[in-house]
Design a protein around this ligand. Structure first.
Ligand code: BDP
Length: 718
């Protein structure tokens, strides 16, 4: 670059600063996530300078030191001057355990729940002090992140009086990461766990992972894929996991492992993995003892058993409860838990796949040990763009159930589509199971209040990889963020408020950016539903990699592997009959809900074809026929993406060049793929219905055979 153009760049940057457009001039690559701590330069910053000018930790531990490091970094950056530890002065942030006398004297309260905290502005001998009091050191760290979040979103911190306690105990990421660093359903590069160089090499990436998770209250991580490799339980790999546990511990994050049920055979040299065999039980006890010697605060096991070919207790004619209890007994002396997955369907079970988990698990209610929690996906099929809530929620009152959401968007456009999952999570959590009368929401099942369970949990299948921006796109980071924030308090979490927070911290708090960006995020998931699987359709993605449409696939060995099994479209109509005349899956819901879902007239139209097979001429609430409505809804999904592109284009002045360009390109891909989804689906369903397109609907760009011929042998994540 010549001198003159360099001078021009400097001038432009200075001008941008004056105009308040500083972020646009600065290179960003997404690595800092929502922890960017950008100063604002105006009146708010001046107020912050007065309010938080120094740090005063009370007590010492690795966690308190982590809080100090984060506060130093965040407050120094946000107030554009060094904020360091000093004796208490005016503007001090004083933080430590609520039980410490110095803290208790400031807030007049000593008992706070273990991970909870109090954030309060107080006067101390005429000095203004901000106190962060934790029920544990981790609570203090969470309080520090809360203060930083308020400042990043430009809220006043002059008169704080906040008390927070997480409503759910286990708030975990599930990594579907393999030992060779491939990630099942991973779209953001390789696994961030470099098993080969662990335990010796531990780059700062691992600490930044822990910081990001602690900042949103995540307190555990399952390191390896549920389709588990028994090698993860051998000593060399346990030493590697222990190295990660050591890094995560100061951030309040425990390590968990997926356990392969047949490990006693594969790495233990036994002839069986029968959970009632004493030698098998002894092997798992010894294995648990070994793990806890290396990782004293090991969280426990996650298990996928007797599902999609994985080994499990049913191989020995034992129940899921017998399998789970055997592992539970092994970890119980150490305080560990077993998270036993309810995502089961068997290749030899002719029953509607949506019914199988319920059929297998409900009879086992009451048979699980106290330290077992059953992990249930949000819907009964598999992380679709929309599913009615899983009928197991509320149906096993004697067993704690935890939620499993998928953050990585296997079925919602993978890395490239902008789909904010907050509304999906919120919709499921707020759904009313009616299992104990009205108001028996899924959230209350999860947080333990509905049936008084103390063991509670929520898991999200991670979307994290080695990509510099962690998640494959900047907007995918929002899904990691909203998962953590909702896990903290599922009953009250608000998807739009969380999106606002995230957008302000990740890009800029300027409302001229935040409001349109959040509007776009809030509509984005519904757009995906519309252009992929509207009106209750599901599992129409191409087989295997699940990238792109494949509603025509009908030649695979098992019926439920075929998209055609799920839509059942023929010349007469479309949809899966789950009423009494069909699979009767509706009867798995509480009677009030079952009644609603049994009748097309009272079924929410968004779930219509999930529960009903209807004629193409069925009248929708709009007055249109089902066929016309279907085609127009596909088109509406595409229009929504066009609108998202326009919104994003209007925000250029508020976003740095790199991230602006990345999202622009990804939205263009999303638009192309939305058109592809719409056209392929309309072409296919028209081949079934034989009906003309409604007025205003464009014909697909290609004949059906063109879409059917597309192949993607190297699509990621498979
Ligand atoms: C499906 C995925 C598959 C997982 C499975 C599971 O396609 O890769 O192994 O769920 O959750 O969504 O076990």
């Amino acid at each position: 670059m010549g001198r003159l153009s360099q001078a021009m760049v400097g001038l432009v940057a200075a001008l941008a600063l004056v105009l308040g457009l500083a972020p646009a001039a600065q290179a960003e690559d997404g690595y800092d996530l929502w922890l960017r701590y950008q100063p604002e330069g105006g009146a708010v910053e001046t107020a912050y300078r007065r309010a938080v000018s120094s740090l005063h930790p009370v007590g010492d531990s690795a966690t308190i030191r982590a809080a100090t490091a984060e506060l130093e970094r965040g407050l120094s950056s946000l107030t554009a001057r060094a904020v360091t530890t000093r004796p208490i002065a005016d503007g001090a942030v004083v933080y430590g355990l609520a039980s410490a006398p110095e803290i208790a004297a400031l807030i007049g309260q000593t008992t706070i729940a273990p991970e909870g905290y109090v954030l309060r502005s107080v006067r101390d001998n005429g000095r203004r002090v901000t106190v962060i009091a934790g029920g544990s050191d981790t609570g203090v760290l969470y309080g520090a992140f809360d203060l930083l979040r308020r400042m990043q979103t430009r809220q006043s911190i002059d008169d704080l009086n906040i008390a927070e306690t997480p409503a759910v105990h286990l708030r975990l990421l599930n990594h579907w990461d393999n030992l060779d660093r491939s990630v099942e359903r991973g779209y953001a590069g390789q696994s961030i766990w470099d098993w080969h160089t662990l335990p010796g090499f531990t780059p700062g990436l691992y600490t930044d992972y822990a910081r990001a998770n602690a900042s949103i209250g995540i307190n555990g991580t399952v390191l390896n894929n549920v389709n588990a490799n028994a090698l993860s339980l051998t000593e060399p790999y346990l030493l590697k996991a222990a190295a990660l546990a050591d890094i995560f511990r100061p951030y309040g994050i425990k390590v968990y492992l997926s356990a392969r049920f047949s490990a006693p055979i594969e790495i233990g040299g036994l002839a069986t993995a029968d959970p009632l065999d004493p030698a098998v039980q002894a092997w798992w006890k010894a294995k648990a003892d070994e793990i806890y010697r290396l990782i004293p605060d090991f969280g426990g096991f996650l298990v996928k058993a007797n599902s999609e070919g994985q080994p499990g207790p049913q191989d020995y004619h034992r129940t899921h409860a017998e399998g789970a209890n055997m592992l539970a007994d092994a970890v119980a002396p150490h305080g560990g838990v077993v998270m036993w997955r309810a995502f089961v369907y068997a290749h030899d079970n002719p029953e509607d796949r949506a019914k199988q988990a319920f059929d297998d698990f409900v009879p086992l209610d009451g048979q699980f040990r106290d330290n077992v929690i059953v992990q249930v996906k949000n819907g009964a099929i598999d992380f679709q763009p929309r599913e009615p809530f899983h009928p197991l929620f509320g149906a096993m009152p004697k067993t704690p159930l935890m939620m499993e959401f998928q953050i990585t968007k296997e079925y919602l456009g993978q890395a490239t589509h902008l789909a904010y999952l907050g509304p999906l999570f919120e919709e499921v959590l707020r759904a009313d199971t009616h299992q104990r009368g009205p108001g028996s929401t899924v959230a209350k099942v999860i947080d333990g209040r509905l049936f008084n369970h103390r063991l509670t949990g929520i898991a999200g299948v991670a979307n994290i990889g080695t990509d510099r921006n962690w998640s494959g796109s900047d907007f995918n980071q929002a899904n990691w963020y909203v998962f953590g924030r909702m896990a903290w308090d599922p009953e009250h979490a608000d998807a739009a408020a969380i999106a606002r927070e995230w957008a302000a911290m990740t890009f800029t708090p300027d409302p001229r950016f935040v409001e349109p960006a959040v509007g776009m995020m809030m509509r984005s998931r519904e757009a995906v539903v519309d252009y992929m699987t509207p009106l209750g359709l599901h599992h129409l993605m191409a087989t295997g990699h699940h990238y792109g449409p494949g509603p025509w696939v009908s030649d695979l060995a098992r019926p439920e592997w075929n998209p055609a099994y799920y839509h059942q479209a023929d010349v007469a109509g479309i949809g899966f009959d789950r009423t009494a005349s069909g699979s009767d899956a509706v009867s798995q819901y509480a009677p009030e809900i079952a009644r609603l879902f049994a009748d097309p007239a009272t079924t929410p139209e968004a779930d219509l074809l999930w529960f009903h097979h209807l004629p193409w001429t069925y009248r929708m609430r709009s007055g249109r026929t089902l066929w016309d409505e279907l085609v127009l809804t596909y088109g509406h999904g595409v229009d929504e993406v066009t609108a998202m592109q326009a919104t994003w284009a209007s925000l250029e002045d508020f976003v740095d060049r790199e991230r602006f360009a990345d999202t622009t390109q990804l939205l263009a891909i999303q638009h192309d793929e939305a058109v592809w989804w719409r056209d392929a689906s309309v072409a296919y369903f028209q081949s079934r219905s034989g009906l003309p397109l409604p007025a205003g609907a464009a014909a697909p760009a290609h004949p059906l055979s063109w879409y059917e011929a597309l192949q993607f042998p190297y699509a990621p994540g498979h």
